[in-house]
Design a protein around this ligand. Structure first.
Ligand code: HMG
Length: 403
């Protein structure tokens, strides 16, 4: 029985900061960001968007043509949680009118949680082949103004319908894990921003890759050349390039095969880190930007979550996959974004919802299909967005200066 991805959509903020502007403001050579880190733009969330609105917008698109009643489980992977008890997926479940017979849960292990959701969903579908799982991965990467990780910030969400009728990718059974207790990146409950030992985190990422690859090879008997393309976790695109270089070197491969990863990096280069969503954003980028027909080709996947847990696994691209991509939707979304200047970015960054339990109308900015409209009695209230970004409301766009 095949199990895999039936539908995949992503969503990110309508606003971004060009990293050239950030470099100028921080008095850093812009080439350090574009060449050294391989990043061009950083997606920045406005006050009326969060992990719920991003996931709900992505899910609305992913569910087009799919009977919502067929979804019997929602898994929401995030490390930007909005509540210590209630799963963010319940708000999405409500916004999308999913069935009350559908169960919802939230998953956490840094960026690995999206991959954990995938593995759990695949086992569940093997047990209940008629059922479908909606996997949501939604995150906001925050390191702090002027912090070393600042140029690797970003945000984004992916919504993936997994089922026994895969139309994009079906996954193979060989999958190798690696877990080790390391403090490379973490965020205590009382902190808004991640604590990170940046250079150490890149070292651990590569060590985890080597361990997973060794275990995956032992399980699958496959060589690097048995894989046509690779999708890595992408905290910044240079990290994925280094990862692929490492695997090529380990496998004594002559030369570094850039074409095996370059299409997977296009979206992340323009969004920044989206933590749990980044691996799947890489997959969407690969399938939608590859000029070669990837039907029946094998993709190697590497998920890394700081702390750390990592996984190497593989999937086969389904014939006819091109008919099921959300390419036009993603292209329009990325092209219609508005650039912020550094002062506007810093105002968005500094915004905090009040914590006094009073009623507060959240200032509105251009957003996706759903917005955070109000907070009252410590409860977040969401609404359908009647000013879709496609219609670009000029007054609304200008109001970014009024925050
Ligand atoms: P840094 O201090 O900016 O590093 O921090 P750097 O000084 O080494 O510069 C970076 C690169 O730019 C280097 O290239 C420089 O040579 C180059 P490399 O040697 O690495 O190939 N460079 C230049 N290139 C061209 N022109 C120039 C120039 N100047 C320098 N003028 C760091 C970089 C990634 C550490 C920092 O941004 C950071 O801490 N980021 C956040 C942590 C992170 O992303 N870690 C990645 C692995 S951990 C992970 O992926 C998990 C994560 O997603 C979280 C989760 O799991 O939830 C983060």
């Amino acid at each position: 029985m095949k199990v895999g991805i039936e539908s995949l959509a992503l969503y990110s903020s309508r606003y971004y900061l060009p990293l050239s502007a950030l470099a100028e403001a921080r008095n850093i050579d812009p080439q350090k960001f574009t060449v050294g880190l391989g990043q061009e733009k950083m997606a920045v969330l406005p006050p009326n968007e969060d992990i719920v609105t991003m996931a709900a917008s992505a899910a609305k698109e992913a569910l087009v043509g799919i009977d919502p009643k067929s979804i019997s489980m929602v898994l929401f992977a995030t490390e930007s949680s909005i509540d210590q008890s209630k799963a963010a997926g319940i708000w999405v479940h409500n916004l999308l009118n999913l069935s009350s017979a559908c169960r919802v849960v939230e998953l956490k292990q840094a960026c690995f949680a999206g991959c954990a959701g995938l593995l759990l969903a695949l086992s569940y579908i093997k047990q209940f082949p008629g059922q479908k799982v909606l996997l949501l991965a939604s995150d906001v990467a925050r390191y702090g103004l002027g912090a070393i990780g600042e140029p690797t910030q970003g945000c984004g969400a992916c919504a993936i319908v997994l089922s026994a009728e895969p139309k994009l990718v079906s996954f193979e059974p060989e999958t190798a894990s690696y877990t080790s207790h390391v403090m490379d990146f973490w965020r205590p409950n009382y902190k808004e921003e991640a604590l990170v030992d940046g250079k150490y985190s890149t070292k651990i990422y590569l060590e985890a890759l080597q361990e997973c690859w060794k275990n995956y090879q032992a399980l699958s008997n496959r060589a690097l050349t048995d894989h046509a393309r690779f999708c890595y976790h992408i905290p910044f695109t240079k990290m994925a390039m280094k990862a692929h270089e490492r695997l090529c070197r380990e496998s004594k491969r002559v030369g570094y095969a850039q074409n095996e990863i370059q299409d997977s990096l296009i979206y992340s280069k323009n969004l920044g880190n989206s933590y749990t969503a980044s691996l799947f954003i890489g997959l969407a980028s690969l399938l939608e930007n590859s000029s070669e027909d990837l039907s029946e080709k094998r993709i190697g996947f590497f998920s890394y979550g700081s702390g750390c847990v990592a996984e190497f696994f593989s999937g086969i691209v389904e014939p006819g996959y091109k008919n099921h991509l959300k390419q036009a939707y993603h292209k329009a979304m990325l092209e219609k974004r508005e650039a912020l200047d550094v002062a506007e970015y810093e105002r968005f960054y500094a915004f905090r919802l009040p914590e006094d339990g009073g009623t507060f109308s959240v200032p509105q900015y251009t957003a996706g299909d759903f917005v955070l409209s109000e907070i009252s009695a410590h409860e977040r209230r969401y609404a359908k967005n009647d000013r879709l970004y496609a219609k670009q409301d000029e007054e609304l766009a200008k109001s970014v200066n009024a925050l």
